[in-house]
Design a protein around this ligand. Structure first.
Ligand code: UDP
Length: 473
């Protein structure tokens, strides 16, 4: 078990962007929270300190919590590859996908409980009776019972779901149900994700949020965007540069192939090209390969200055995402089989994860450089990769799955792809967006407003405190 450091950030930073009524609400909530939580710690437990939407949000919200005078702490559980293969299977099942076809029988339950038990030993030595604990996602489900037994106030927070009841979702919930049932509260991103057997009075709906001041979202000047992407070797290297340079933390550069194999492309994306971007984890349900196949097959329908970049974390050696490397490899193989002219406009990049700040900065620059951002997921819990470019006033074309339609009002603050398997429609809608920059700009402006109104951290923090009220009552 690893503890993640949290720096205090004053609420006033966020308040700069908020209308007076929301500032007032946040300040009153902070006063109440300090009184309610005096002498207690608010713990969050999940399975990764960086990469993925949950870690992203915790970093920010826990910092504001500290800034507001609440003792917030964050623990990352440990597990072996077999444990994470099981939880990934459960994750996929909850999304309604078939998982990987593997078993979730007694051997898997036994292993899951063994790993959970080892984590529980550490957690129960740190957490005290009366503390508040938020456990995130299936990986932490085995900690519910030990922490309830300890006398902590425990909420289990599920960031995923499909809104469907199928054989797959039933299998996933069948695994989790006995583990999570003892929790005092359950939190979901959308009402449709709540299994019907949970007692409604213990269920809360809290949508995710983003922070405008995080490295991922902070305003970047165009020159900085350009410099970042150039340094990363992603965009605009001299034609005769030969090797692709990537900025290292010591400020030097080196060949991408030599050092990291980051960009799969014969050349970086030309500076003058319009970039269509999908940046997300290499997860089957994000359907990077579908985007690649669809665009490759219909490249002629898109303006000739358009390039596609599919970017995701460097998946080599990442323990809690066993599927990632396989998904990336599928994309790389698909790309390798394309004719050279298509390959020259279709790019794949692995973004380094060793320095989370550097990674976030790069994602920020990519989202800002993009002309259109795609998120063609087959299933999606919420989709921060939609929220983030919306905040950056980008037109986003995304599948109408999971939490995405909560964010994008079709044709107003973005464009929805109603059938995520319809690659023809994807390219047609993309072509329409690229063909009408004025429309893109107005969709982007509305997208920014939408995020400001509904998906910033003040709303999230207020809802957290309401949850703490409920679990400690
Ligand atoms: N992300 C990142 N680096 C990457 C790919 C993704 O930082 O190389 C971030 C992305 O910007 C977003 C989060 O990971 O903040 C993904 O959250 P989302 O809700 O979209 O999906 P999840 O990965 O949780 O399923």
């Amino acid at each position: 078990m690893q503890e993640v450091r949290i720096d205090a950030v004053p609420l006033q930073r966020l308040e700069l962007l908020l209308p007076p009524a929301r500032v007032e609400m946040l300040e009153q909530t902070a006063v109440h929270a300090r009184a309610l939580l005096a002498g207690r710690t608010v713990w969050n437990l999940n399975s990764t300190a960086h990469g993925g939407g949950v870690a992203e949000m915790l970093q920010v919200l826990l910092s504001y919590g500290r800034g507001a005078g609440v003792d917030t702490r964050w623990l990352v559980i440990e597990g072996d590859p077999a444990f994470f293969a099981i939880t990934k299977r459960v994750h996929n099942l909850l999304h309604g996908a078939p998982g990987d076809g593997g078993e979730l029988g007694s051997a898997e339950i036994r292993h899951f409980l063994e790993v959970s038990e080892a984590n529980a030993v550490v957690a129960t030595a740190m957490i005290r009776p009366g503390d508040v604990v938020l456990l995130h996602d299936p990986q932490t489900a085995g900690l519910v019972a030990p922490l309830v037994e300890l006398g902590a106030h425990v909420a289990w927070r599920c960031h995923i779901g499909s809104g469907m009841v199928t054989r797959e979702t039933e299998r996933g919930w069948g695994f989790l149900r006995p583990l999570i049932e003892p929790a005092h509260a359950f939190v979901f991103s959308r009402p449709s994700y709540v299994p019907e057997w949970l007692p409604p009075e213990r269920v809360r709906i809290i949508a995710p949020s983003i922070d405008p001041f995080s490295t991922k979202n902070v305003t970047l000047e165009p020159a900085e965007v350009g410099a970042t992407l150039r340094r990363a070797g992603l965009v605009d290297l001299p034609e005769d540069g030969g090797s692709l340079a990537f900025g290292r933390r010591d400020g030097t550069t080196g060949s991408v192939r030599e050092h990291t194999g980051l960009l799969l492309g014969d050349r970086p994306i030309p500076a003058a090209a319009r970039m269509v971007l999908q940046v997300c984890r290499w997860d089957r349900l994000k359907d990077m390969s579908g985007v690649l196949t669809g665009v490759a097959a219909r490249l002629g329908e898109l303006p000739s200055d358009v390039h596609l970049l599919l970017a995701g974390p460097d998946v080599r050696g990442v323990v809690d995402d066993p599927e990632g490397a396989a998904v990336f490899e599928t994309c790389a193989n698909l790309r390798a089989e394309l004719p050279a002219p298509a390959r020259a406009r279709l790019h794949l990049a692995l973004l380094p994860m060793d320095d989370p700040d550097e990674n976030a900065h790069l994602v920020n620059a990519l989202q800002r450089h993009a002309t259109v951002v795609l998120q063609k997921s087959l299933a999606e819990g919420f989709g921060l990769t939609v929220t983030e470019p919306m905040w950056k006033s980008k037109p986003v074309l995304a599948s109408a799955v999971g939490g995405i339609p909560d964010q994008i009002e079709d044709g107003v603050s973005g464009v929805l792809l109603h059938d995520p398997n319809d690659l023809g429609a994807m390219v047609r809608l993309l072509g329409q967006l690229l063909g009408d920059p004025g429309r893109g700009a107005s969709l982007g402006a509305a997208a920014h407003e939408r995020v400001r109104d509904y998906f910033l951290g003040d709303r999230h923090l207020v809802q957290w405190v309401q949850l703490f009220d409920a679990v400690t009552a």
